[in-house]
Write a protein that binds this ligand. Structure first.
Ligand code: DGT
Ligand code: CA
Ligand code: CA
Ligand code: ZN
Length: 588
């Protein structure tokens, strides 16, 4: 079992005690919750600690829970836990993953409505709430029902108490806190750090740094943050709090003259910092969040107010946070050969847009008109865009009907290109690759398009070999130019299917096919590491938002973050090219 799984199990035991009798078992409830906190925040695996007889090193875990952890590692189950848990219905536990759902509420819902299936229980509760059934329940009411629907909605977007946060959610937490911190006159500068600054696709906890001459006042102010649920720790230069929903925030403070060193240290990653420390040591330098000590100068501490100076002091170019993952960036910074990473302002278009054109699709339709989306593209400073609604549903139409719908759409796009001169519109489609590798619509329909995006939307459970064959066959069609959301994953929801990437890369390279980085925050695939590999194989990429509404077109920056984390430069990205270059890549 992983630490996350063990922590969850302990939280379930605490929940079972709460339901049994919260006041009677208060001591147990607190003990189990504290143990779960400790395990979640532990950098060592519980199973390793148990094997090495080091479970005492987990703070706040007493002897009895320690004993149970040993039993758990040994037998994969604990008799005492099973006994406590046998008193509560299993179907309530998935509800506890949703922010704002406590054990009592979950228990009451599951019992009253006799919900017995833990696989569908969240969906079941949502349906009941939509029907207004929950508001009728004693102690619930309209407001509570509406809050519940909102929480479930957020949960479906990947907001989850125990798992890592998707980037926009963590950014929002940080932005709110930063807004609060900036109201204090003691705060000179404030910056998000850690994985948030490195723009990782998911964020474990939020780290924030403040430059101040009054550390004590700033830390006091921080721990009185109105959204705080409880204080985890408070020292002279750092403090940690939990906010509602169980999310963890670390704050670090330093005086302005040492702020650059602090930024560098707590931006990480850990692996980058370890490598940097080794590199520095060879030059007789030792690094910390306070600054740099030089042997040749009697280890006197040199402080750095900004991070650029810190890297320069080591003989390095400044390294963009997104690539601080120890993948060769330090060596390149030393030889002044870091790549110039793609920037959001380089983006000139978007090719994965679902408009409200009545295409009678196989999957969800967009809500905004083509005209509105073109207007938005204009305001984003784009030169071109491509519409790529899902193909008309095959099961509901004959091939001829599909053709008729697409013919109308082609006419519409032609007309849009005549009436609007500022944005060039490309006629694309998002066509399903069927389980046998065929595309979902026939050649005469495909011929109406400039090109099509292709993707997998059904039958995910295929072996790696079969899925690779399926994708390559679909992508082989001459009209198929871009593979969209290439892994099918949904962050925190499903892992996606497996593909043989060496084969896919080789195929894309020889056939000049393009892979998508999907900027939608719960997708973000290709992932950063696959982006880097694809680029190393010489494959071109495109960053698309997959927008189903006009506002979503602004999500492009999350795709750019992934591209940067994968070391992409402007030359690697289709939609960072001028129209003439772009069109040669897209329609060779
Ligand atoms: P996360 O929170 O899991 O998404 O990842 P990070 O990278 O934000 O990790 P976190 O919050 O544990 O630490 C923030 C940064 O602080 C990390 O990237 C490197 C740096 N750091 C400095 N000293 C230490 C240390 O002793 N342990 C760890 N884990 N990180 C350290
Ligand atoms: Ca963090
Ligand atoms: Ca942290
Ligand atoms: Zn799709």
């Amino acid at each position: 079992m992983t630490n996350a799984e063990i922590a969850k199990l302990l939280r379930h035991v605490a929940a079972a005690y709460i339901i049994k009798d919260e006041s009677k078992y208060h001591f147990q409830v607190v003990a189990y919750q504290k143990a779960a906190d400790a395990i979640e925040n532990s950098t060592s695996e519980v199973k390793d600690l148990a094997h090495e007889n080091r479970l005492e090193s987990l703070p706040g875990v007493g002897p009895s829970i320690r004993g149970y952890l040993e039993e758990l590692v040994k037998n994969n189950s604990v008799e005492h836990f099973n006994k406590v848990l046998s008193n509560v219905p299993e179907a309530m536990f998935p509800l506890l993953d949703i922010p704002s759902f406590g054990p009592k509420k979950a228990f009451k819902l599951v019992n009253y409505f006799e919900l017995g299936d833990k696989k569908t229980v969240i969906e079941d509760v949502k349906k009941l709430a939509l029907k207004g059934e929950i508001a009728k329940l004693d102690g619930f009411g309209d407001k509570s029902q509406a809050d519940m629907l909102q929480a479930i909605g957020e949960f479906e977007l990947g907001v989850n108490k125990t798992s890592r946060m998707v980037l926009p959610f963590a950014s929002e937490i940080a932005d709110k806190l930063i807004e609060y911190l900036e109201k204090s006159s003691d705060v000179k500068k404030v910056f998000p750090l850690g994985s948030l600054r490195r723009k990782k696709e998911t964020i474990g906890d939020v780290d924030v740094a403040v430059a101040t001459n009054k550390p004590k006042e700033v830390l006091d102010y921080f721990v009185s943050y109105p959204l705080k649920e409880r204080i985890l720790e408070k020292g002279d230069a750092t403090a940690s709090i939990l906010i509602s929903g169980g999310k963890h925030i670390d704050l670090m403070v330093q005086p302005p003259e040492a702020f650059g060193s602090l930024l560098q240290h707590f931006t990480g990653s850990k692996e980058h910092n370890i490598k940097l420390r080794e590199y520095a040591l060879k030059k007789g330098l030792s690094l910390s969040e306070y600054g740099i000590k030089r042997k040749e100068k009697d280890d006197k501490l040199e402080q750095y107010d900004d991070e650029v100076k810190f890297y320069h002091a080591l003989g390095l170019d400044w390294i963009p946070p997104e690539i601080r993952e120890n993948q060769g960036e330090i060596e390149l910074a030393a030889s002044h050969k870091l790549p110039k990473l793609l920037e959001l302002k380089d983006i000139k278009g978007d090719f994965h847009l679902h408009s409200s054109f009545p295409i009678e699709p196989s999957h969800d339709m967009g809500v905004d008109t083509m005209e509105t989306m073109i207007e938005k593209a204009h305001s984003l400073g784009y030169d071109y865009l491509g519409f790529s609604e899902h193909n008309p549903s095959q099961s509901k139409h004959t091939a001829k009907q599909v053709y008729e719908i697409l013919k109308k759409r082609s006419n519409k796009i032609e007309q849009l290109n005549k009436s609007n001169k500022s944005i060039r519109v490309i006629s694309l489609l998002e066509t399903d690759i069927m389980p046998n590798g065929d595309l979902a619509i026939d050649n005469s329909s495909l011929d109406l398009l400039d090109a099509t995006l292709v993707s997998i939307h059904s039958v995910f459970s295929m072996s790696k070999v079969e899925m690779t064959k399926r994708v390559i066959k679909g992508l082989s069609h001459p009209k198929a130019r871009i593979l969209t959301h290439p892994t099918g994953r949904l962050l925190n929801q499903r892992p996606g299917y497996e593909l043989d990437w060496r084969e896919i890369f080789a195929f894309c390279k020889s056939e000049k096919k393009i892979l998508e980085i999907n900027a939608f925050p719960s997708r973000l695939d290709l992932s950063d590491s696959l982006v880097k590999q694809a680029i190393d194989h010489g494959i071109k990429l495109v960053i698309n938002t997959d927008s189903h509404a006009v506002d979503q077109m602004s999500l492009m920056r999350y795709g750019v973050d992934v591209a940067r984390r994968g070391w992409a430069t402007r030359d690697d990205i289709l939609n960072a090219q001028e129209y003439n270059t772009m069109i040669k890549w897209l329609l060779p």
